[in-house]
Design a protein around this ligand. Structure first.
Ligand SMILES: [Zn+2]
Length: 87
């Protein structure tokens, strides 16, 4: 099952969340740089090299799983804009 546009993924480990974020951002034309240092042990941020939008993985307090978010997942990259074939 392929669900486009999800930016709130449940039940992920940290690496899976990061991988999911990379794929999702790539589909929108972003080129993420290195993941930054963990912030407060429950958040990591990566920035698009092209447009500077951010993706993050976050583990909410009291939860075991990581979620994915960021404005790079809600918008296509301005420098690498590609229309999707579907829609
Ligand atoms: Zn971008």
């Amino acid at each position: 099952m392929n669900m486009n546009g999800i930016n709130d993924v449940y039940g992920l480990g940290e690496l899976e969340a990061a991988g999911s974020a990379l794929i999702e951002a790539h589909e929108r034309g972003h080129d993420l740089g290195e993941w930054g240092p963990t912030i407060g042990e429950r958040m990591r941020i990566a920035r698009c090299r092209l447009c500077g939008r951010l993706v993050w993985t976050v583990r909410p307090p009291g939860e075991e799983t990581w979620r994915v978010g960021g404005n790079a997942l809600n918008a296509d990259c301005e420098r690498g804009f590609r229309k999707r074939p579907e829609s």
